[in-house]
Write a protein that binds this ligand. Structure first.
Ligand code: BV8
Length: 228
């Protein structure tokens, strides 16, 4: 990566697929098992909170049965070895980037291992079920929800993401279908800023035509090969 000083890496569910975490839109994925409207919107949570709390309790518990894969490990190696600025913007709510050793990770759609209190608005590290309505660690009210960004909600730290894109000279998208905005628009934002763009994905995505270069393959092979 000669001459590259600032890298923004966007990751999606495809980077965690080889760790055994279901993606959303692949065959048998999460959205085939549940309607988005029922489990990933504020309206769905208001309509049937137990369905939503169970959906996220199950996914949070599953995290303790999976481990980072070669793609997560390669990005953590890159972060340690790279002399410039590197930010991993992940759409994923799992903790596999961090468990692989990455530290500059921005969860724009929140995290399974975090709780948001709808009474006091505070976020707390969390690794237990919510179905029994445990008390908020801060205000003690029994009003915790998953600290994830649902459809119709504003993703986290958008200003920081756009500031990083403005400084970047390379933007790499790994394992995302390019179906969900505003993340799916980052490649266009990057191109308008004159940033070089690379896609590493199992198959061509909805946004592949926007990338300067698009490579197809499994993240467990493509990402270590790109990092080395
Ligand atoms: C918002 C929750 C505004 C946590 C998720 C235009 C502009 C702005 C917004 C919109 C717009 N048009 C529509 C919208 C609204 C909406 C949206 O984008 N809808 C889509 C469906 C059209 N966006 C929103 O609502 C966003 N909020 O815009 O707010 C606003 C403004 C002001 C004030 C308030 C609000 C919020 C979106 C976040 C929704 N939450 N998740 C959770 O449950 O996890 S989205 C969900 O899908 C995931 O979080 C993920 O981020 C996202 C995308 O999925 P991917 O990660 O790409 O996964 P997917 O399964 O789709 O694809 C996997 C890919 O991996 C595939 O390409 C596959 O080929 C590849 N793959 C598989 N295996 C491998 C692999 N690749 C490599 N190796 C492998 N082994």
């Amino acid at each position: 990566m000669s001459g590259v000083r600032n890298i923004v890496i966007l990751t999606g569910a495809g980077i965690s697929a080889e760790s055994g975490i279901d993606t959303f839109r692949d065959a048998g994925g999460l959205w085939e098992q549940h309607r988005v409207e029922d489990v990933a919107t504020p309206e769905g949570f208001a309509r049937d909170p137990n369905l939503v709390l169970n959906f996220y309790d199950m996914r949070r518990a599953a995290l303790n049965t999976v481990v980072p894969n070669r793609a997560h490990e390669a990005l953590a190696r890159l972060e340690r070895a790279f002399g410039g600025e590197l930010l991993i913007v992940t759409q994923n709510v799992d903790d596999l980037h961090e468990r692989a050793g990455a530290s500059q990770v921005l969860h724009m759609h929140g995290e399974l291992k975090s709780a948001l209190c709808t009474s006091c608005g505070m976020r707390s590290a969390w690794d237990a079920p919510m179905i029994d309505r445990p008390p908020c660690p801060v205000c003690r009210a029994p009003t915790l929800r998953p600290d994830v960004v649902w459809f119709g909600e504003m993703p986290y730290q958008m200003d920081r993401i756009y500031a990083a894109l403005r400084r970047a000279d390379l933007c790499v998208s790994i394992g995302t279908s390019g179906a969900v905005y505003p993340a799916a628009g980052f490649v266009r934002d990057a191109r308008e800023l004159g940033v070089r763009t690379l896609e590493l994905n199992l198959e061509r995505s909805e946004g592949s035509h926007w990338f300067h270069e698009s490579r197809q393959g499994r993240a467990g092979e493509l990402v270590p090969a790109w990092v080395e």
